[in-house]
Design a protein around this ligand. Structure first.
Ligand code: ATP
Length: 352
């Protein structure tokens, strides 16, 4: 499939005495795909979005959409001719215009009849028809978010850029708005690039995501791949909780302080392994024939549907997550066993 958007080796530096804010970025977004840029604050996500929109000019690299060059060393198309919809973090609705007028704003070039029809169609799509005469201050955060989305999809762009789209909503509203907007984008067949520092949001909203750090992309993949097969210790740690354990690898196994682990991918020599807390299970010492050292539960966090424990074995602490089936208490003596292969996130020798 041909990509809709191609970002090729984009670099942006705001000042010569400062390091680039984004460096040598490469990624593609395919038609109908929701793509997330995920990373900690200040890693260059918004700058990347602004480069795609045309609000910033790259120092190097190329941006293409459907094969057309939007930006390179000689070209810089202004934002208004790129045909990209943008939803800002703070929605940026016009306070003096009602919902209808806000959504109609980007459709000025259409004849009135077509414009009115299109406005009503997108308001219907986002479920905001009953609120069409209200001004932004008479709407909840989630409703304003939907108006902002309606305004950006009204001109039927092929690509929408969303900057931290759910960060102004409370937890409950964030969850439901996220679901609704994902369905809306999918039904409309629109591609989206969205920016977030919230790993859970990226995992459940995106089809694929790029994890950024210090202006660079460390890994691109589906949520499942990036979560289960992180390529670096940073990604393993940033995408949820993990245990980072050193070991000596011999092919598909590694010797660690917790005993012998299955690992993926194959490796030899010194390795750093990531094992998710839900992939460690605890058992009382006497029932665990192949115990890898006995430890003690030093912390227990009840989270409703699951529990997080911290287990101390020797000088090391391990995080373990279990369902609420047989809750154990602080002070209990346990052994740990891995039920999935640990992931090699760093190794000193190349793969065999
Ligand atoms: P956040 O999640 O906090 O919004 P981000 O990952 O989106 O962060 P950016 O907003 O892209 O990060 O900023 C990346 C870096 O670039 C920051 O250190 C920021 O201070 C710097 N920066 C952004 N815009 C400019 C500018 N116009 N001039 C100088 N530095 C800038």
């Amino acid at each position: 499939m041909q990509p809709l958007l191609s970002i090729n080796n984009i670099t942006k530096q705001f000042a010569h005495n400062l390091p680039p804010v984004v460096e040598d970025l490469c990624f593609k977004v395919y038609p109908g795909e929701i793509f997330a840029l995920l990373g900690p604050s200040g890693c260059g996500k918004t700058t990347t979005l602004r480069l795609i929109a045309g609000f910033e000019r790259a120092d190097a690299g190329e941006i293409r959409m459907e094969g057309q060059c939007f930006a390179d060393a000689n070209v810089h198309l202004p934002p208004e001719v790129r045909g990209i919809g943008i939803v800002f973090q703070e929605y940026a609705l016009f306070p003096h215009l009602n919902v209808l007028q806000n959504v109609a704003f980007g459709l000025k070039k259409l004849p009135t009849k077509f414009r009115d029809e299109r406005v009503m169609a997108v308001l219907d799509m986002v479920g905001m028809t009953p609120f069409k005469n209200r001004r932004p201050h008479q709407l909840s955060g989630g409703q304003q978010q939907r108006v902002a989305l309606a305004r950006s999809i009204a001109p039927s762009p092929k690509l929408i850029l969303l900057d931290e789209p759910f960060s102004n909503l409370d937890a409950g509203m964030r969850h439901s708005t996220r679901e609704e907007i994902r369905v809306l984008l999918k039904n409309a067949g629109m591609s989206a690039v969205f920016v977030t520092h919230d790993q859970e949001e990226a995992l459940c909203f995106a089809d694929r995501l790029a994890v950024m750090r210090d202006g660079c992309i460390e890994q691109i993949g589906t949520p499942e791949t990036v979560y289960h097969r992180p390529k670096t210790p940073f990604i393993a740690d940033f995408l949820g909780m993990t245990n980072l354990i050193t070991g000596e690898a011999e092919g598909n196994c590694a010797q660690t302080s917790l005993g012998k682990f299955r690992i993926a991918p194959f490796a030899r020599g010194k390795v750093l392994l990531s094992i998710r807390p839900e992939h460690l299970v605890m058992a009382p010492p006497e029932t665990e024939a192949h115990s890898n050292g006995v430890g003690e539960i030093v912390m227990r966090e009840f989270k409703g549907h699951d529990l997080t424990y911290r287990v101390k074995i020797g000088t090391e602490d391990y995080v373990v997550q279990t369902e609420y089936c047989c809750p154990l208490q602080v002070g209990a003596r346990v052994t740990l066993r891995a039920v999935e292969p640990a992931v090699v996130v760093k190794h000193n020798e190349p793969h065999p």
